[in-house]
Design a protein around this ligand. Structure first.
Ligand code: ATP
Length: 467
């Protein structure tokens, strides 16, 4: 895996996030420091403590977005959690270690996807084969039964067959040359996508539902259930789908058989350990120095978080994970509580502090248009699916940015999130009509923006709900 330099990381972040230069630099440095520390010998590693980061800034200015993009750039497992969701050990609620378990789940997904990618062609070939067999079955003949064992032992094979998958095993398929040749043709047709919409009924393995972790006791129960499930033969269920859907499902099922689950688990644990990023939002809400009743439990949460951030071993259903190299990014507005209101040990674990700025009108103009996934581009792409081309004049975009600033000042300051609600209200009519009407090209100018938004903005009660 090639590592990007801090400068390259910032350049990548620039593609998606407007401004916030200091924050981008800080996360790039934090990422590089982790790589540097991993290269040290063991003794030195113990001396150099991990340097986590605290992002301080109002809501909706890009804190989460920076962390999330950073994870994508670094190909790192990522979770976002809210500090206020946790309660002290012993109370009902999520225990703090679950953030590490969630990170591992995310890592498992990443590694599984990578491994599936490696065996994709082989898995797809097998899936195509299975579909061809369903579409052109051979002749079924009854299988000769094995002679009964005369030793008086129960026949385990027959007993197992009662668990659901016995029937098929009693029949054998005779594949004539004609069937084989017809299947060859079908396989080609599937590859060419000619049968995509054709419906078929297939047998697939029933997926075990995985509920998110709730608390340790519940998790243990679910893990026991998982182990029991693993002992039972997988149950097959019948589903009617299009060939295209069946191909996706069966390719996934075949890929599952081709990859080594233990291998995935080990790789995922290592990936989470060395590259994981945990974003803890609302850190300010658990900060407080006072010892009165409500605050005790907040401090409790801080104390629970501390060992994880300091580096400890956490048990997950895939094995133990060391949290020593996980990068923690704390975040919060810190309007009333200050970082210095956190317990000292925790303050020490988040030594890099960075302030994010309030967004200005110019920032809003840029956010609307510049990033790779800019909101205007998103709406244009959505409406293009209905054959509608939407153009925005420069003054229309300026006007939207102006409304965003005004509304953030006069109601709540929700940062760039304001742009989402503004665009949704602005385009409501077009979004409703576009599918029915051949609208061709629509140009949105300043007058259109004023016409659509002024009515709502003037009515303070209404704008609280809509914009
Ligand atoms: N500087 C920015 N550049 C581009 N988009 C931004 C920027 N700031 C915010 N956004 C957009 O606004 C939305 C909210 O931003 P984000 O989730 O990062 O907020 P936040 O600062 O983490 O706030 P909170 O603490 O409330 O979670 C996202 O859709 C994000 O893409």
């Amino acid at each position: 895996m090639t590592e990007l330099t801090p400068r390259q990381v910032v350049a990548e972040l620039d593609k998606y996030i407007v401004g916030q230069k200091d924050a981008k630099r800080a996360v790039a440095i934090a990422l590089q420091n982790r790589i540097r520390r991993l290269k040290l010998d063991d003794e030195m590693q113990q001396e150099v403590k991990p340097k986590n980061l605290l992002m301080i800034g109002p809501t909706g200015v890009g804190k989460t977005e920076i962390a999330r993009r950073l994870a994508t750039i670094a190909q790192a497992p990522f979770v976002k959690v809210e500090a206020t969701k946790y309660t002290e050990v012993g109370y009902v609620g999520r225990d703090v270690e679950s953030m590490v378990r969630d990170l591992v789940e995310n890592s498992i997904r990443i590694v599984k996807e990578q491994q599936h990618e490696l065996v994709h062609d082989e898995a797809e070939a097998k899936a195509i084969n299975r579909i061809a067999k369903v579409l052109r079955p051979g002749q079924k003949v009854e299988k000769a039964k094995p002679a009964n064992n005369n030793l008086g032992f129960p026949n385990f094979q027959e007993m197992f067959s009662q668990f659901g998958q016995g029937k098929a095993e009693e029949e054998e398929e005779v594949v004539t040359d004609e069937v084989a040749s017809s299947r060859r043709q079908i396989r080609q047709q599937i590859r060419d996508g000619l049968l995509d919409n054709h419906e078929i009924t297939i047998q697939i393995e029933e997926k075990k539902m995985s509920l998110g972790s709730i608390n340790p006791a519940m998790e243990q129960m679910m893990e026991m259930q998982d182990s029991l499930n693993a002992l039972r033969p997988t149950k097959k269920i019948e589903r009617t789908l299009t060939v295209k859907e069946a191909l996706t499902l069966l390719t996934e099922e075949e890929a599952d058989k081709l990859v080594n689950q233990d291998d995935i688990n080990q790789k995922a644990l290592k990936l989470a350990e060395e590259r994981g990023i945990i974003f803890i939002d609302e850190m300010d809400k658990i900060a407080s120095k006072n010892q009165n009743s409500g605050e005790v439990s907040r401090q409790g949460v801080q104390r629970d978080i501390l060992p994880i951030v300091e580096g400890s071993r956490v048990q997950t259903k895939y094995g133990y994970i060391d949290t020593d190299h996980i990068l923690f990014i704390g975040s919060g507005a810190f309007h009333t509580a200050k970082p210095s209101d956190l317990i000292p040990e925790l303050q020490g674990r988040f030594p890099i502090r960075v302030h994010l700025n309030d967004l200005t009108k110019d920032d809003f103009v840029r956010i609307l248009t510049e990033p790779k996934n800019a909101l205007i581009k998103q709406y244009q792409a959505l409406l293009a699916t209905d054959g509608v081309e939407v153009l925005f004049t420069d003054d229309a975009i300026e006007k939207m940015a102006e409304y965003a600033v005004d509304l953030n000042e006069s109601t709540d300051n929700i940062g760039a999130r304001r742009l989402h609600t503004i665009l949704e209200s602005l385009l409501e009519e077009i979004l409703f009509e576009a599918t029915d009407m051949q609208m061709g090209t629509i140009t949105i100018n300043e007058a259109y923006v004023v016409d659509k938004l002024d009515k709502i903005v003037e009515n303070k009660d209404l704008s609280h709900f809509i914009l």
